[in-house]
Design a protein. Structure first.
Length: 228
């Protein structure tokens, strides 16, 4: 039996759709119904799937790369599996968005290290700052990976299943890596802002110096004119 987790952005929120035991035609029909309620762009659908092996004689186990063994197909167990798959899908999307920003930042950093000065104009730098802050805003707090599903409050016996699934999909490790990358993006935005402020301060100082020189020249011109 197949369990799929699908994420879509609906009015700036992540909605998750889970399908259990549906045929491909039934899945397509379900997705069509979901898309009717989705606003914004949804050309790319992210999904995650897992094969479930159900038997009363089995313990809840998650072998690496294998089927998830469960005692039964209860709603509580399905909620645990669905929660992990949804978090994995959301992390995958966030990872792609963050990596896309890194692809933009890398050439900038390379040029800056090579020449010692910003390779772009001020507007381009502001655009990059906007992109970094936008990704940071979208990713931060989107999925609380550290939070366990509410069902575990009522079914503490399922904590082992959740822990095994969490390890299998490396949720904590991926979340920590994503956080480090976000910190780098935020630091990059701060550095770019400092560079813009420094450039503005330099221009302001140069303008002040030019005005002072102009005033001195004007004063000298007036003195010479009155002497003659």
């Amino acid at each position: 039996m197949l369990l799929a987790a699908l994420t879509e952005r609906v009015t700036h929120m992540i909605r998750r759709v889970f399908m259990v035991g549906l045929s491909p035609l039934e899945e397509d029909d379900a997705l069509k119904q979901v898309k009717l309620r989705v606003s914004g762009s949804h050309e790319h659908i992210d999904d995650e799937s897992a094969t479930l092996e159900i038997s009363p004689d089995l313990d809840d186990k998650v072998p690496p790369g294998g089927a998830i063994a469960m005692k039964d197909l209860s709603a509580q167990r399905l909620l645990v599996v669905a929660d992990v798959l949804a978090k994995s899908v959301s992390l995958g999307r966030d990872e792609r968005e963050v990596n896309a920003v890194f692809d933009i930042i890398e050439p900038f950093a390379t040029e800056l290290a090579r020449n010692g000065r910003p390779p772009w104009k001020r507007r381009s730098m502001l655009r990059l700052i906007g992109q970094t802050l936008l990704v940071q805003h979208r990713v931060s707090g989107r999925v609380a990976v550290e939070e366990t599903p509410d069902v575990l409050w009522d079914r503490p016996d399922l904590e082992r299943l959740y822990a095994r699934l969490e390890d299998e999909y490396e949720l904590k490790e991926r979340a920590e890596t994503l956080k480090r990358k976000l910190d780098t993006i935020v630091e990059t935005a701060r550095i770019l802002t400092d560079m813009i402020d420094a450039d503005r301060a330099t221009r302001l100082e140069a303008t002040i110096v030019v005005l002072i020189i102009a005033e001195i020249l004007l004063t000298l011109g007036q003195i010479i004119f009155w002497r003659h």
